[in-house]
Design a protein around this ligand. Structure first.
Ligand code: ADP
Ligand code: MG
Length: 240
């Protein structure tokens, strides 16, 4: 479904992604782990079309979506993204946050978008918060609204960049539960996380990145139990 080939990305003269190749199958859940600064967010942002690339390409279902500069033709790739910071619009209610993109971008009629929003709020366990403002919600609730907002565009795949890293520990579980259910329903997902237990549980495959490269990948059980690359071993010995 997603194919990344020879991807290179620099900021100024700092090369952040050095020749990344990666494939993700439909319905697959791929977890990316690795030290801070290894390029995980940049890779996700390139796939999510938030960054241009310097070399290589990213294709979704055979259509090239990566842009080398702002003038490239832009093909929207039906990818939803959820970040560490929830980025909800503070002056909009939960409902308004969720209907914004479907009505503006997809020209969905408002009543239909509202019906969809209620449905999505129910799915993330927040059906009673439609008219609440983000500031009145806990971090975990805000992140669940952010997930509902991304789902409102009916994406073919979801990218999660450390979705629980900004949360108090007692709120991590409720967000992971929503992601767990999405994965079970067959959503194609790429998840950057430091939650190793969760990675092991929901990941069909785990990718270890360091220094802008994929150094090792495999099924979670073998990769966690028996890492081959010394840098994977060193990283896992610190976080497991
Ligand atoms: P990770 O998510 O694995 O922590 P990032 O992809 O955020 O890593 O960052 C990789 C490197 O790229 C870091 O050295 C970071 O400082 C740099 N970087 C990321 N985004 C930018 C940017 N917009 N401008 C300049 N440097 C950046
Ligand atoms: Mg990051």
């Amino acid at each position: 479904m997603i194919s990344v080939r020879n991807l290179k990305k620099s900021f100024g003269d700092h090369q952040v992604l050095k020749d990344v190749d990666m494939d993700v199958d439909e319905r697959e859940v791929v977890v990316i782990i690795g030290p801070s600064g290894s390029g995980k967010s940049t890779l996700l942002r390139c796939i999510g079309q938030l960054e241009t690339v310097n070399e290589g390409e990213i294709a979704v279902n055979g259509t090239v979506i990566s842009q080398h500069d702002e003038h490239d033709k832009y093909t929207r790739a039906d990818i939803g993204m959820v970040f560490q910071q929830f980025n909800l619009f503070p002056h909009y209610t939960c409902m308004e946050n969720i209907v914004l993109a479907p009505t503006k971008v997809k020209k969905m009629p408002l009543p239909e978008a509202q019906e969809l929003a209620i449905e999505l709020l129910r799915e993330v366990g927040l059906e009673d918060k439609a008219s609440a403002y983000p500031s009145s919600l806990s971090g975990g609730q805000q992140q669940r609204v952010a997930i509902a907002r991304a789902l409102a565009m009916k994406p073919k795949m979801m990218l999660f960049d450390e979705p629980t890293s900004a949360l108090d520990p007692e709120m991590v579980g409720e967000v992971l539960e929503v992601m767990r259910r999405l994965a079970k329903e067959g959503m194609t997902m790429i998840v950057v996380t430091h939650e190793m237990g969760f990675a092991r549980e929901i990941g069909d495959r785990v990718i270890f990145m360091d220094g802008g490269q994929i150094l090792e990948q495999g099924d979670p059980v073998s990769l966690f139990a028996n890492p081959q690359n010394p840098r994977t071993q060193a990283f896992l010995s610190k976080v497991l």
